[in-house]
Design a protein around this ligand. Structure first.
Ligand SMILES: Nc1ncnc2c1ncn2[C@@H]1O[C@H](COP(=O)(O)OP(=O)(O)O)[C@@H](O)[C@H]1O
Ligand SMILES: [Mg+2]
Length: 329
């Protein structure tokens, strides 16, 4: 079996994280504690995860002609992602996020985040028209909601026409047209995003998720025309409803959880990779849960996205039977 070919159309951005004992007040200038830059954006995170698992990965997205754009290009190049179709805006800058963390002794960390979406939002229909022809070369297309909705709609329509399955990770929450939904093979909201789309509240009793709620939300997603309704449930794992039935896989237990950032990105990337390998649904969910488990055990988004060898090692440590991953090597 050849390597799965996965196309990600989505966002790229640079995160600037400032940490401080206390947030500055209006008009005030203060001296903070530390500063870090990190590449991100849901599209780029998902592409990096797919590539680290060994799939043949292509990213389409838009950068500005600036230092942040260069850094992001370098990041996806180093991950082995094909980037010859990356677009550039000559005027508008690359997306940036200004993240201020208030880290005071003995208190929970708080954040204030300001995002300027920049070039992510200047993608035009004609710039992705080439996908009408080229989309058929992929086994799967992955989308998120950090680029213009009309671009997601266009790409999903091209893929649907070409018979290529589309996964929409519907984050952050936004209203979705019936037409877009009808073109999706897979959708993967988390519990909050699922409520925004379906109106079904997924209740928890302590750590225990109410499976009837999850199933109901999945049913509503299926009624909207999505064949495979997947909902990620944080520390309660993930569930999916499709033609073969309802599957739930609890998350990996007993972890030293450090930072849940990018858990959803990591999960959906692993899920799509497994589906392309033809794994059955139980194996797919188990594989994706283990990949995401490693992500929540590391700090930061991209640095914590695991490579295939680490996932294999971890699944063995945990006593799982390894699925056939030879096509990823
Ligand atoms: N506390 C946790 N322990 C183990 N796995 C987790 C934990 N939180 C998240 N995960 C894994 O990450 C996946 C995605 O997390 P979730 O919080 O649902 O996504 P999002 O980041 O989009 O909110 C889960 O389905 C699970 O596999
Ligand atoms: Mg969550």
């Amino acid at each position: 079996m050849r390597k799965p070919k996965i196309l990600i159309v989505g966002s790229l951005g640079m995160d600037f994280t400032f940490s401080t004992e206390v947030f500055p007040k209006e008009g005030e200038t203060i001296i903070g504690k530390s500063f870090k830059t990190a590449p991100g954006g849901k599209g780029a995170n998902q592409a990096v995860q797919v590539a680290r698992l060994g799939a043949d990965t292509t990213m389409v997205g838009k950068l500005g002609r600036d230092a942040n754009g260069e850094e992001l290009l370098k990041t996806i190049d180093e991950a082995g992602i094909h980037h010859d179709r990356i677009l550039f805006d000559e005027e508008v800058p690359t997306q940036v996020a200004d993240i201020i963390l208030e880290e005071a002794e003995g208190k929970d960390t708080k954040n204030r985040i300001l995002i300027i979406q920049g070039a992510n939002m200047t993608i035009r229909r004609e710039e992705i028209a080439f996908l009408k022809e080229e989309v058929k070369n992929y086994d799967m297309v992955m989308l998120q909601l950090e680029i213009p909705m009309e671009i997601n709609e266009q790409v999903a329509a091209y893929a649907y026409e070409a018979g290529v399955p589309v996964m929409l990770n519907s984050a952050p929450s936004a209203p979705l047209s019936d037409e877009l939904l009808s073109h999706l093979a897979y959708i993967s909201p988390n519990e909050h995003e699922a409520k925004d789309i379906t109106g079904v509240e997924i209740r928890y009793n302590g750590d225990e998720v109410n499976m009837d709620d999850v199933r109901k939300a999945c049913e509503v997603l299926r009624e909207k025309g999505v064949r495979n309704a997947l909902i990620t449930l944080g520390g309660s794992g993930a569930a999916i409803l499709n033609d073969d039935g309802f599957f739930h896989a609890p998350c990996v237990k007993g972890l030293d959880v450090k930072d849940p950032t990018a858990a959803g990105d990591s999960f959906v990337a692993a899920f799509c990779t497994a589906v392309c390998l033809g794994m059955d649904m139980n194996d797919t969910l188990t594989f994706a849960n283990h990949v995401a488990a490693l992500t929540v055990c590391g700090f930061g988004a991209m640095p914590s996205l695991p490579k295939l060898e680490r996932v294999e090692e971890f699944m063995k440590e945990r006593g799982c039977t390894l699925p056939d991953l030879s096509a990823l090597k």
